[in-house]
Design a protein around this ligand. Sequence first.
Ligand code: ZN
Length: 130
Amino acid sequence: MSDDTLPDPDSEPYWDGAAAGELRYRHCASCETVIFYPRSLCTHCGAPNPDWAVSKGQGTVYAVSVVHRAPPAFKGQSPYAVLLVDLDEGFRMMSRIIDVEPDSVSIGDRVRVIFQDGPDGRPTPYFTPA
Ligand SMILES: [Zn+2]
């Protein structure tokens, strides 16, 4: 995980959404760009303060990698599957799939977001088969 995932004033509404069971992203009204992970400036045209929107949480697996040797922060959790998911609204995010055998996930599978407490105790988006 990069520092992008730490809460800051730009991402606070995102984490508030996660706590409320909503996967939030941003949408630029000027150029129609979908922005994720949320930022305070449009990543395409630089317009300030893009609109917040709520994803339906449905997407397609773009890539999957099964982790057998977990880093220290995730000790005892392997094996698990790390996914890149293309959400139907047009953004891609990294997460993990849960409630299913990690080896059973394939590129192209349909998944939906669910929220569980993450490693730091905050409600965090994960995916499960749709
Ligand atoms: Zn824009």
